[in-house]
Every structure is written in structure tokens, then in C-alpha cells.
Design a protein around this ligand. Structure first.
Ligand code: SF4
Length: 497
């Protein structure tokens, strides 16, 4: 029954990778590409390859290095591959939701790796089931795979766009276009077929996707850091709404679905992306430094040292230090082998995780007034223990500065961020949060400040999604999705009347 699928099980923010490179060990390249994208998803990993006739697949739960070894990489033959890292989600931690999905179709193998979340996934799921196709998981990515497996007429009631509308006869392009007409939400896709790969980005460009070149081929990845890891040269981003085909004819671009506006997730700039990745022509590390500078301008503090929450807030803290003139120093040491607290599966683990993850550096903290810079506060479970750790290390005062605005709204576009109930800024004002985390003062970067910093170096700013800060969603969100969150809050006595 449709109503039994919980949407919380469908949310994910993942890393995708693809390579078309005759003569190269594409499974090995994909392994290292996924390894570079490990920060985007740590729940499961998978690789599918194809040799032009047969496709091969291996996937499993855990980190890339836990899922793959020489033995299971060796059978993944062929000259093209796609790979996927899946983000930890609530209630859907199961191998059946691991990607890529790989099925056999009339036109040969079809593999799909998806980063994003479809807001009309339940509607599309019903369409697929009504046509007699069984589904084995709760993932919208499997729905996408099954939609692509059928001809466009199956979904568009005979109103399919022409296969060769732009002079190129490509059945897969027609199928992808049909899917794009019906899909709502965020999707960056890498698709594996018998002849080549396709890279697809939703019309708003909510999630990133870029292209690179090897001497012998082409690479597609969520972030440019993965291109450099496998020795590829950055070429360009996949344009929002574009379909890119990569095969032995080279790279071919097709119009998929146009939107006059763009909405790349601004949280990619704040936290998700690796600092060495490039979005919209900007190095993430530099944009984060500008966030820190702007934060120092908007929210100065009378203090002796600036400390960043390692490693994600280090660039923001450096920016704060450069702008304020207060020296930057290390105040917390991080155990680099424990996953990011933001993506631990439940609150209890997150709270315990802080002490497992960080130790204070008393030599730098003793008697000092500290500005603690963090990139974001989402649930508010990490900031409090960190403030206490700094005090335990000898800090006299701790002033928390956050390089993004308060996160007050959930994400329905591919990030399993939190529900309203879990978001600390959805239930407390800034002063209450300050008391909650035990800081001497607390201030956030403003939303206009964040947007200005991200867009100031862009030639033609076309817009970013800021919904988790502003509540202004770039796509229509079904009311029942909000209701699900609010019901929980009303039940808890936190939200509403
Ligand atoms: S709601 Fe937030 S996390 Fe989700 S896409 Fe928009 S900016 Fe990104």
C-alpha cells in the first residue's frame, strides 16, 4: 500500500561517479572516485560496470574501503562504470536501498546511480506499480530505474516527445526526457547502458554534477575533487536540465528540461562539499573563508583566539580570524577516523560521538577568551559538548559564531537533515540556544550575508536553494510532507497550538 512507505526512508544525499574509458580498469577508477566522495555518503557503496554486452555489479553496506577489495573488484569488467555512495538515512539502512540499481531491459543492461530526492516519489511509485512492475526497495532511485526501463509512451499516455526531435535518434534520451517531464525534485543521475553513459541533472540543478576528461575517456562525478583523484581534468558542470551522453562518439549534449531559475543547494557551500571542490567556478574553501570574513564583520567578538570546529569549519574560522585580526589557533584535536557527527544515525550516538571525536588542547586554551567558529548548527547536539570541552581545556570564555543562518526547516530535496522536531532553531530562539549550549555569546551569519558571499564572485547569479534557512522552497512541497513533521511536533507539545 502506498501510504505505508515512509518518506524519511527515501531521503538521501549521496555521491555519484561514472567513467567511460576503453583500455582502463574502470572499476578501479570508480573505486578511487567513490573514495574521494566518501564524505557524501557512508552507509553503502556500489559499482556497476559494462563491457558492451554484459553488466556486472557489486555493492554492500559500509564505507567504500569496507565494501571493496581486490577480489570483488576483479570481476567488474568492461570499459564503462558507474558508482554510488549512499548517505545514512533514518529507517532505511538496508542493502536493498544500496545503489547502483542494475536491471536488464529490451535494450540491454540499465544501471542507475542517483543523488537527490523526488518530492513526488509516491506518485511515480504508484505509476510504476500500476503498470505491473514490482519494486524491491523503498528507494525512489529504483523507481527512476524502472521508469527508464519502459518506453516514454508508458508514462506519458501517448504524448511522448519525439525520439529524434533534435536530429539525434537516441531511445535513452527520449526515455530520460519522459522521466524529467514527470519527476519533481532533486536528481543528479549517472546512467549506465550497453553503449555508453548518461549524466543528467534536474532543471533547478539542486545537486551538483560535473564532467572531466582522461586521456582515454570521460569522467562524471558529484564533485570535482573526485575527478582530480583519478587523474582527470575538470571540464565543466553538467548544466541544470541537461542530458549528457558519453560513448565512443564522444560527449554529446541534449536539452532535457528547461527552467528559467536555478537552485543549487547552498548547504553544499556551507558544509557538504569537500573544500577542494569547485562549484560554479568557485573553490569551496575560498567561499567558506569569505563566509568567515562576513561573519566576523556581522558578529564581532571580544576574544583572544579563534578556534574552528575541525575539520569542516576550519576555512570559516580562518576567514573570521583574517577579518577580525584575532589569531587563529587549534583548540580542538579531532580523531579523523570517526565519521562526521552530522550523519550518525541517532541523537544518542551523536551526543556520545562528540566526546569520542574531539579532545581539547589546554596549552592553547588556558585562560583565553575563545571564538568557536562552526559551519552550521542543525540539531544543536554537538555545539554544547564542544563548548564544555573548551571550558574543560581551560577556556575562560567561549563565544560561538556560526557561519550560516539558523536551520529552521527540513530539507525535502535530498538531504536527510532532520525533522522539525530535531532542528534546534525550529523550537528555540538564539538566546535559548545560547543557554542550551552554554556559550557566553552566540551569533549566526545572516541569510542575506550568506547569499551575498556565495554569489558575489558569480558573473550571473541565477539563484540557490536556501529553504532550510528561509523556508522558501524552490519547488512545491506536498502539504502532507510538512504535516508529517508538524504532527510529530504537536504530539511532542513543541509546535503549533
Ligand atoms: S533545503 Fe537546505 S539542504 Fe536542502 S537543498 Fe535546500 S539549501 Fe540544500
Amino acid at each position: 500500500m502506498m501510504g505505508h512507505y515512509r518518506v524519511t526512508g527515501l531521503r538521501e544525499a549521496c555521491g555519484v561517479f561514472g567513467v567511460f574509458a576503453p583500455g582502463r580498469d574502470v572499476a578501479r577508477l570508480t573505486f578511487f572516485g567513490l573514495y574521494a566522495l566518501q564524505h557524501r555518503g557512508q552507509e553503502s557503496a556500489g559499482i556497476a560496470t559494462c563491457d558492451g554486452h554484459t553488466a556486472y555489479l557489486h555493492k554492500g553496506m559500509g564505507l567504500v574501503a569496507q565494501v571493496f577489495n581486490e577480489e570483488n573488484l576483479r570481476p567488474l569488467r568492461g570499459h564503462m562504470a558507474i558508482g554510488h555512495n549512499r548517505y545514512s538515512t533514518t529507517g532505511a539502512s538496508h542493502i536493498r536501498n544500496a545503489q547502483p540499481y542494475l536491471i536488464e531491459t529490451l535494450h540491454g543492461p540499465l544501471g542507475v546511480a542517483h543523488n537527490g530526492n523526488l518530492t513526488n516519489a509516491l506518485h511515480l511509485r504508484r505509476l510504476v506499480l500500476e503498470r505491473g512492475v514490482g519494486l524491491s526497495s523503498t528507494s525512489d532511485s529504483e523507481v527512476i530505474t524502472q521508469m527508464l526501463a519502459a518506453p516514454p509512451e508508458a508514462w506519458l499516455n501517448g504524448h511522448a516527445p519525439p525520439v529524434n526531435g533534435d536530429g539525434v535518434d537516441d531511445e535513452w534520451v527520449a526515455r530520460i526526457r519522459a522521466f524529467m517531464r514527470l519527476a519533481k525534485g532533486a536528481y543528479s543521475l549517472v546512467i549506465l547502458t550497453r553503449r555508453g553513459l548518461y549524466a543528467v541533472r534536474d532543471p533547478l540543478g539542486l545537486r551538483p554534477l560535473c564532467l572531466g576528461t582522461l586521456d582515454e575517456g570521460v569522467v562524471v562525478a558529484s564533485e570535482s575533487c573526485a575527478l582530480l583523484t583519478v587523474g582527470a581534468t575538470y571540464l565543466r558542470e553538467v548544466t541544470p536540465g541537461e542530458i549528457v551522453r558519453v560513448d565512443d562518439r564522444g560527449i554529446t549534449s541534449f536539452a532535457g528540461l528547461h527552467s528559467p531559475t536555478r537552485a543549487l543547494c547552498i548547504f553544499e557551500y556551507v558544509y557538504f562539499a569537500r573544500p577542494d571542490s569547485l562549484f560554479e567556478g568557485q573553490v569551496i574553501h575560498e567561499v567558506r573563508q569569505r563566509m568567515g570574513r562576513r561573519l566576523a564583520h556581522e558578529a564581532p567578538a571580544d576574544a583572544d583566539i579563534v578556534v574552528g570546529v575541525p575539520d569542516s569549519a576550519t576555512p570559516h574560522a580562518i576567514g573570521y580570524s583574517l577579518e577580525s585580526g584575532i589569531p587563529f589557533t587549534e583548540g580542538l584535536t579531532k580523531n579523523r577516523y570517526i565519521g562526521r557527527t552530522f550523519i550518525q544515525p541517532d541523537d544518542k550516538l551523536r551526543q556520545e560521538g562528540v566526546r569520542l571525536k574531539y579532545n581539547p588542547l589546554p596549552a592553547n586554551l588556558e585562560g583565553r577568551r575563545v571564538v568557536l567558529v562552526d559551519d552550521s548548527i542543525v540539531r544543536g547536539n554537538t555545539a554544547g559538548p564542544l563548548v564544555q570541552l573548551l571550558r574543560d581545556g581551560g577556556a575562560r570564555e567561549v563565544h560561538v559564531r556560526v557561519a550560516s543562518p539558523p536551520v529552521c526547516h527540513p530539507c525535502f530535496m535530498g538531504v536527510d537533515m532532520a525533522t522539525y522536531r530535531e532542528l534546534v532553531a525550529a523550537r528555540m530562539d538564539v538566546e535559548a540556544i545560547r543557554r542550551h549550549i552554554g556559550a557566553d555569546s552566540l551569533a549566526y551569519l545572516s541569510l542575506p550575508g550568506l547569499v551575498a558571499v556565495v554569489e558575489e564572485a558569480l558573473e550571473k547569479p541565477t539563484g540557490h536553494c536556501t529553504a532550510c534557512f528561509s523556508g522558501e522552497y524552490p519547488i512545491e512541497i506536498p502539504e502532507w510532507l510538512f504535516a508529517e513533521n508538524r504532527e510529530k511536533l504537536a504530539f511532542e507539545g513543541i509546535w503549533g497550538s
